[in-house]
Design a protein around this ligand. Sequence first.
Ligand code: FAD
Length: 351
Amino acid sequence: MRDRVAGIIPLNALDVINLLFHENFNLSRHNTLGLDIRARYFCDAGNQQDLSEALAFARDRELEILVLGGGSNVVFSGDFEGLVLCVNFQGVQFDDQKVLVGAGVNWHWLVRHSLQKELYGLENLSLIPGLAGASPVQNIGAYGQELDRVFVALAATDLHTGEELTFTKSDCRFGYRHSIFKDELKGQVAITQITLQLSTEYTPILEYGELVSELERREIEIPKAVDTSDAVIAIRKRKLPDPDVVGNVGSFYKNPELSSQTLTSLRQRCPNVPSRKTEKGLHKVPAAWLIEQAGLKGEAVGGALVSTQHALVLVNQGNASSQDVMALATRIEHQVQSKFDILLEVEPVLY
Ligand SMILES: Cc1cc2nc3c(=O)[nH]c(=O)nc-3n(C[C@H](O)[C@H](O)[C@H](O)COP(=O)(O)OP(=O)(O)OC[C@H]3O[C@@H](n4cnc5c(N)ncnc54)[C@H](O)[C@@H]3O)c2cc1C
């Protein structure tokens, strides 16, 4: 097989493959935290043929594969010595109220495009960065809605065998910012397409006070889907640092879910701790509140900083190294644990 490598790999002239493999590739524009790290190889697969070529390339060289979307939920602890494979399948196909979406489609574009098609169900998930293919990985969620509410199935390719697979909703084992792809199938498959069930009827999800207040501020009593989407966008722009301006991966920690007993004992020490009851009867406590109460808002290690805008977000002030980010995270986890006896769980995927 002939390799097309942008680097120093010798070429064998016998066979031709179309995919371009970059060597010693800088990933700083491929992770929204903006860490200056490198991949030994990088390629961008736009279709199943590209994907097969990428898998063969990795297999021939015994390289580990890391599948990447928009890089908005990954934290690299250093250079990656394998093949970083961007799954960039395009295409959106509407089939009545179902939509089949290529993994490389920009998530927020999909939300707004569905609204234009008068198909509803994604509006609370407006402005989440990244690509559609990553959306099932952590069952993206915001403002009272999670992906699994509209998810039907996905197509994926086994990274080791090249076999094309289908996962139904129950196969994905969705949970709070969780799925099988963050767990036992981490690094095992490339998701190539997702199928969602949207609706021609809009049912507002207005569980979050902040969203209700924003709609009230806009003097909207009965929101249309686009009103909700616009309100979510406005809140997010106000609240969260823009990764195009300052490197970050959004929430760095999940909100801990406590049993009633744990919450009661926590309230004996901290009567003001806010909480929200989950469908499972647990109590979600905002990790941002815990971090702020531990006195860590504005805390920095090297170029990594706990955002002064939102304590749940760690930002790269421009020159943060992976070590800075990990050291800051360790400090946060220790201090929150020693003050509240709660172990924070990191939300992005660490490599
Ligand atoms: C400012 C900001 C706000 C955010 N707000 C939210 C929010 O409200 N809710 C929320 O849930 N998330 C949020 N996020 C996190 C992130 O945007 C989402 O998790 C998003 O779905 C990640 O998409 P991505 O394409 O960037 O994935 P990446 O960061 O590239 O990848 C994330 C993980 O998914 C895997 N992966 C990616 N693509 C594929 C694929 N095709 N096949 C198999 N595995 C794949 C990767 O290997 C990695 O483990 C936010 C991030 C930022 C920066």
